[in-house]
Design a binder for this molecule. Structure first.
Ligand SMILES: C[S@@+](CC[C@H](N)C(=O)[O-])C[C@H]1O[C@@H](n2cnc3c(N)ncnc32)[C@H](O)[C@@H]1O
Length: 366
């Protein structure tokens, strides 16, 4: 195959102490387009936990990895976890990886057909007219299979990162929850979205996001890891555990990550994708998986089990002021296992003119 695993692997970038202070506002961390991303409040989180003595930290619901990255930049030994396989690739690329980058010639090789390879057409066969244009489906089939064949796990993770970001930015609402390619293609006046963004070719985005990921790679001198487990299966001890579960709003609206991002989960499991598709759904999502975090009857007990599990660690919970359970209920559950609980609130003005606001909550339990 045309990838050489060790070639173009740059020397470790050690971050100097003054750079470490820049935290996640350091422009090296890529922009996120992910439901519930804490990128905008990562520095605020740090400000509130920086005086707690800790070395090892578990980011139990890691998502975009922006909180793990902030903690890595503060010289902590970080374990990033997320139940989704595609997110695990992001954690590998940005957290576990300390030195490997994707060279231009790796990217060039990824973007063309390899003559000796017999390509499958899973995306063209199953997602025609659902998420992307025909030529884009073809591009995705080729590039995904090329990425699959990469031998170096960190180069592969960076390539997947670039692929996911390109897929997300080209989607209306940055999601895969509906069969709604028509929003992109219809010739109508829109009050949202951006046709130029959607129509920019995959190649252009892939190169852009690969270089964003390359810029984010650094070594903090610690053995950081990215794991891919249901949080309840983790059996290790950490000084501090950061918890940012999927959230249920007061009105009962849930964020089902498996459903919203099923297409990316399919890309990362390309050979098995077809057998996992729920053909009864209009948008050919993956077969549904039940989650405690999406069930308002079960979520409070799920928090209870989680706090019990990590009761020997300092527990930090990101939450919202209008969730189910309420902040008060959550703090009560936490108080079963922890003596000292501090609640911190941050008001983010979303619409300055209409004065609508949403509150970010941080529970710090020692
Ligand atoms: C609110 S998001 C986390 C956002 C993240 N803190 C960030 O800033 O990007 C919740 C994450 O939890 C993950 N998740 C859901 N159920 C999980 C489980 N049982 N174990 C581990 N991760 C889970 C989802 O895949 C999703 O990425």
């Amino acid at each position: 195959m045309h990838f050489s695993p060790k070639s173009n692997t740059k020397k470790s970038k050690k971050i100097h102490s003054e750079q470490l202070d820049l935290g996640v506002t350091d422009p090296k961390f890529p922009a996120t387009r992910y439901q519930g991303s804490k990128l905008k409040i990562a520095d605020w989180i740090w400000e509130n936990i920086k005086d707690i003595p800790f070395e090892t930290v578990l980011d139990a619901f890691g998502g975009t990895a922006c909180v793990s990255y902030m903690l890595k930049s503060k010289n902590k030994t970080v374990t990033y976890n997320d139940i989704l396989k595609f997110n695990n690739q992001i954690g590998k690329a940005l957290i576990q990886n300390s030195s490997t980058t994707l060279a231009d010639k790796d990217i060039d090789a990824l973007l063309v057909k390899c003559p000796s390879l017999n390509y499958k057409s899973i995306i063209q066969d199953n997602f025609s007219g659902i998420y992307y244009a025909e030529d884009e489906d073809k591009w995705l089939d080729i590039v995904t299979q090329n990425i699959y064949l990469m031998e170096d796990k960190f180069k592969k993770a960076i390539a997947f990162f670039a692929l996911f970001q390109a897929c997300i930015i080209k989607r209306p609402f940055n999601l895969f929850h509906r069969n709604n390619l028509y929003i992109r293609t219809a010739d109508v006046e829109r009050s949202f979205g951006n046709k130029v963004t959607w129509e920019t070719p995959f190649d252009v985005y892939f190169r852009r996001f690969a270089s964003e990921a390359n810029r984010a790679v650094f070594d903090n001198g610690k053995q950081n890891r990215a794991i891919n487990q249901d949080v309840f299966e983790i059996n290790e001890n950490y000084d501090l555990v950061y918890i940012d579960t999927p959230y249920i709003s007061k009105k009962g609206a849930t964020v089902n990550y498996h459903d919203f991002y099923h297409f990316l989960e399919g890309l990362v499991d390309y050979p098995n994708w077809h057998s996992q598709i729920d053909f009864k759904s209009k948008h050919n999502r993956l077969k549904p998986v039940k989650s405690l975090w999406n069930d308002k009857k079960l979520i409070t007990d799920a928090f209870d089990s989680l706090f019990q599990k990590f009761q020997n660690s300092v527990i930090i919970v990101s939450y919202r002021s209008d969730g189910i359970p309420t902040v008060e209920e959550l703090a009560l559950v936490l108080s079963k296992y922890k003596k000292e609980i501090v609640e911190i609130e941050k008001v983010i003005y979303k619409y300055v003119l209409s004065h609508k606001e949403s509150h970010e909550i941080l529970l710090i339990a020692k």
